[in-house]
Design a protein around this ligand. Structure first.
Ligand SMILES: Nc1ncnc2c1ncn2[C@@H]1O[C@H](COP(=O)(O)OP(=O)(O)O)[C@@H](O)[C@H]1O
Ligand SMILES: N[C@@H](CCOP(=O)(O)O)C(=O)O
Length: 316
């Protein structure tokens, strides 16, 4: 569950006044998510998601994310438009933590994506990449390839604890990725966490994307590679080539890949698996037993890394 902050009636009234909204008709915590506290709010003006930023999101970066959500909504992309407060800004605060309000988006995420969902997710991702063109703000990818060796440095022992010998395997992966990482692919705003839990569907069609708090500038094809890992592996650990082909076809229905982007997908997907393995490994070691939120399993991504090492991710 992800409700770390209690909001009293008085605090809620103060926040809503700051956002220029009338009294709450409904207000309840949302159990999903791991990073921030999210609440569903209904007032006479409509339905909203109220987010209290708890961790991992740096307050000075919030204007980038909220500006991006506004920009994307202005381009017609289905992301949640932030509500401006009476002071013209997007942020209020509670207990010293920043608070934002965004529009509620209808739709449902899927736990077990089908090939058809993969195609639709590809369509949505390419739409996002096109809509992001022209956004004036920049944010470097602080979890990009250049950061991985440093990220791993403090966690070699955690890797060994998961599986003896794993630290050396990861070191070899890191060297391979550094030697082969493509440096000159078309770039732009990427979502960087376009996982099934962050994508909504309605009647089987892509409907919206949420959770833009890893968004940054990087190679657009790297974002697609993140999705190939997140959407196209089966629960038995095998890579579903049909789902991947559908995802790429959906993507290309809006934004064709260049030959260089297509050729780079296997190494980009290997790197994308490394990125999520590393952050999961760091969280795994840092989460005390019995914590409110269960950390995500790094071994799921080690199994994906193994598939990439063996060269089994083929994209025709
Ligand atoms: N704009 C939105 N419209 C509808 N539901 C939302 C919206 N934003 C978040 N949610 C709901 O809140 C949950 C957690 O949001 P998310 O941004 O993924 O949190 P976290 O960053 O903590 O992982 C989502 O799974 C979804 O159910
Ligand atoms: N998608 C990441 C974790 C980030 O979680 P989210 O709830 O903020 O989407 C992973 O799977 O490691």
């Amino acid at each position: 569950m992800a409700v770390y902050t209690d909001i009293s009636d008085e605090d809620l009234a103060r926040l809503l006044a700051g956002f220029g909204l009338s009294e709450p008709l409904a207000f309840k915590g949302i159990a999903e998510g791991i990073q921030n506290s999210n609440f569903l709010l209904e007032t006479a003006e409509g339905r909203f998601i109220l987010t209290v930023y708890e961790r991992d999101v740096r307050a000075e970066e919030l204007p980038y994310f909220l500006g991006l959500l506004t920009w994307l909504a202005d381009q017609g992309f289905p992301s949640a438009r932030p509500v401006a407060g009476k002071d013209g800004g997007y942020l209020q605060s509670i207990d010293g933590k920043p608070v934002a309000l965004v529009e509620f988006l209808p739709g449902l995420s899927v736990r077990r994506p089908t090939v058809a969902h993969c195609r639709e997710a590809g369509v949505g991702l390419a739409w996002l990449h096109q809509a992001g063109l022209g956004y004036g703000e920049r944010r470097a990818n602080d979890l990009g390839q250049a950061s991985w060796a440093g990220l791993f440095a403090g966690h070699a022992a955690d890797a060994e604890a998961l599986k003896p010998g794993l630290a050396a395997t990861i070191e070899a992966d890191l060297a391979h990725l550094a030697a082969h990482w493509p440096g000159d692919l078309p770039g732009g705003v990427i979502h960087a966490d376009f996982f099934p839990d962050n994508v909504f569907f309605r009647e089987g069609r892509f409907a919206a994307a949420i959770d833009f708090y890893f968004a940054c500038d990087d190679a657009l094809a790297y974002d697609l590679a993140i999705c190939l890992n997140a959407w196209c592996f089966e629960s038995d650990g095998s890579f579903n080539v049909t789902a991947a082909a559908a995802m790429i076809a959906g993507y290309e229905s809006r934004r064709p890949l260049s030959p260089a982007e297509r050729a780079a997908l296997p190494i980009l997907a290997h790197g994308a698996a490394m990125r999520f393995f590393l952050t999961r490994l760091a969280d795994w070691g840092a989460t005390p037993a019995g914590a409110l939120v269960r950390p995500k399993d790094p071994m799921e991504y080690e199994r994906k890394l193994a598939v990439h090492r063996a060269g089994l991710v083929v994209v025709a």
